[in-house]
Write a protein that binds this ligand. Sequence first.
Ligand SMILES: [Zn+2]
Length: 307
Amino acid sequence: MLKITVLGCAAGGGFPQWNCNCEGCRAARAAPETHEGQAGIAVSADGAHWFLINASPDIRQQINATPCLHPRAGRLRDSPIAGVILTNGEVDAVAGLLSLREGSPFTIHAHARVLGVLAENSLFGVLHPDLVARREIVLDTPFEPRLPDGRPSGLVIEAFEVPGKPAWYLEGRAEPSEERPGDTLGLRIGTTQGDREVFVIAACGRITTALRDRLRGAAMVLFDGTLWRDDELIEQGLHHKTGRRMGHVSVSGPKGAIAGLADLGITQKLFVHINNSNPLLRPDSAERAEAEAAGWRVPRAGEEISP
Ligand SMILES: [Zn+2]
């Protein structure tokens, strides 16, 4: 059965963010039980071998807090983590790879554009190619990732393009606002046993007809919950960019995710990658209640879910 463990559901910066005094971060500092790490999930077909979807800067703490990701008994150096699937090249998706150096074998799966980013940043050379293979994800082509010893994992993963933007730190080096294939991937994850599937779309710039058609009738969707409102960062005085400019559709509003993914017959809808400016991240907020009334949920770190 497909198993999913949520490692964190905050966007870049986490909750609270180290240098932020917005209302949400202030409230979080006073309530440690509401702290949330940066977005990540782990998936497994057998409950024994796991693949991370992105590796945030919080990955070390997230692994320590998640028993199924601990070294197995009787082995001095070991990890049940067999691979990392990258959906984009943002810092909060790739920086955690640096914490996974220490000589354990696993495989990185990413689009050629993200593999290019890793290749030109020499710091990622700490992941020795003899131990950490890098495999290209080809869009719209399902693949079964392998375990480090070559055996099949039992997972079937298909990546597809969703509207998005290149990583912030790459802007200015190329066509700044142009969308190019590979910048933002959505994933459809199932098993070779034909279990129900989950869609993981941690970043998405807008809801298109093609995306709605793809998600129609899905058993489970984990979706980009970065901002409640498109102008939220500007309105709170935190940043000058809209969500649309950053490649994130807002949660609310007529063009938002709640409205855009309503009436598609999706059984379980969960928001992940929620920015600390978004009141949705706060369990007691009116916005959380509004999302829940619309059939959405925000998972907690450590929660095990299945489609
Ligand atoms: Zn904040």
